[in-house]
Design a protein around this ligand. Structure first.
Ligand code: G3H
Ligand code: ZN
Length: 286
């Protein structure tokens, strides 16, 4: 069934595993992610960035596509459609009204008080509709690596502020930026586990780890042990699908039927997602 993240994340936190958020980029990603979830008997979160939603047509297209595939594939595991890095109250409202079951309001670029005010407003609307909310504090790195400690430290969320935001807004889960990076890592990631522990103890709600691509299994396990109940992965699926498309087209340069290269790409995404579900411990937890 289509559900919010609340129940699946509370269960994951209580039982010591994490639910994967896998980002949708097109039809084949959606197919692969839903197939993987059903085959692994795992709950799943379909992450949709504003850019990806625009690419696919819009929020309504995304909701219709996920719902129809769930019917056609006879999906019985819990599925959430989640707005990833929602940029404003208005965008979150649009997603909620289009049928998203969960939204992230990313106010991390605002000063704390403003982040809290926007997040609170989103929570008020979302909860009327039974929709769950994720918020963020600190700054998740992009291409910058933590070579200069001061810079890295500046991007880390401050535990007392996290506590304040969670208490004042009533969000259902929370993403403290603690050194994870979107896209591939340059070298080993340097996650702030001490702060993660503090944030867990202060807030008590399921934590979210962004930038899941390239984090070693030992760090994944440590994060889960410190209250991480949701892990976001996108780049790794993009890399595995692009690799297969390159291989097929290199082998058959005259191929033009998209199904001949997007089909194998879909299979590669499905296998990558299944591996993540086992690694995160959500397999057989639906
Ligand atoms: O919100 C999206 C995720 O944090 C994805 O990160 O592309 O590095 O796996 P990633
Ligand atoms: Zn992210």
């Amino acid at each position: 069934p289509l559900v919010s993240m609340t129940e699946m994340l509370n269960k994951a936190k209580a039982e010591g595993y994490a639910v994967g958020q896998f980002n949708l980029n097109n039809l084949e990603f959606t197919q692969a992610i839903l197939q993987a979830a059903q085959e692994e008997n795992s709950p799943v979160i379909c992450g949709v960035s504003e850019g990806a939603a625009r690419y696919m047509g819009g929020f309504k297209t995304v909701v219709a596509m996920v719902k129809a595939l769930m019917e056609d594939y006879k999906v019985t595991v819990p599925v959430a459609i989640h707005l990833d890095h929602g940029s404003s109250f208005e965008k979150c409202a649009e997603a909620i009204h289009a049928g998203f079951t969960s939204v992230m309001i990313d106010g991390s670029h605002h000063p704390l008080e403003e982040n809290i005010a926007i997040t609170k407003k989103v929570v008020e609307l979302a909860h009327i509709h039974g929709v769950s909310v994720e918020a963020e504090l600190g700054r998740i790195g992009g291409q910058e690596d933590d070579l200069i400690v001061d810079d890295a430290e500046a991007a880390y969320a401050i535990p007392s502020e996290c506590d304040q935001l969670v208490r004042e807004t009533g969000v259902d889960c929370f993403a403290p930026a603690l050194g994870s990076v979107h896209g591939p890592y340059k070298g080993e990631p340097n996650l702030g586990f001490d702060r993660m522990k503090e944030v867990m103890e202060l807030t008590g709600i399921p934590l979210v780890l962004h930038g899941g691509t390239g984090i070693p299994t030992k760090d994944i396990q440590k994060a889960i042990s410190l209250g991480t109940a949701k892990i976001n992965v996108n780049t790794e699926n993009q890399i595995s699908s692009a690799k297969v498309i390159r291989e097929v087209l290199a082998e058959k340069p005259n191929e033009y039927d998209p199904r001949k290269f997007l089909g194998p790409a879909r299979d590669a995404i499905r296998e990558t997602v299944k591996g993540k579900m086992r690694e995160f411990g959500s397999a057989q937890k639906a």
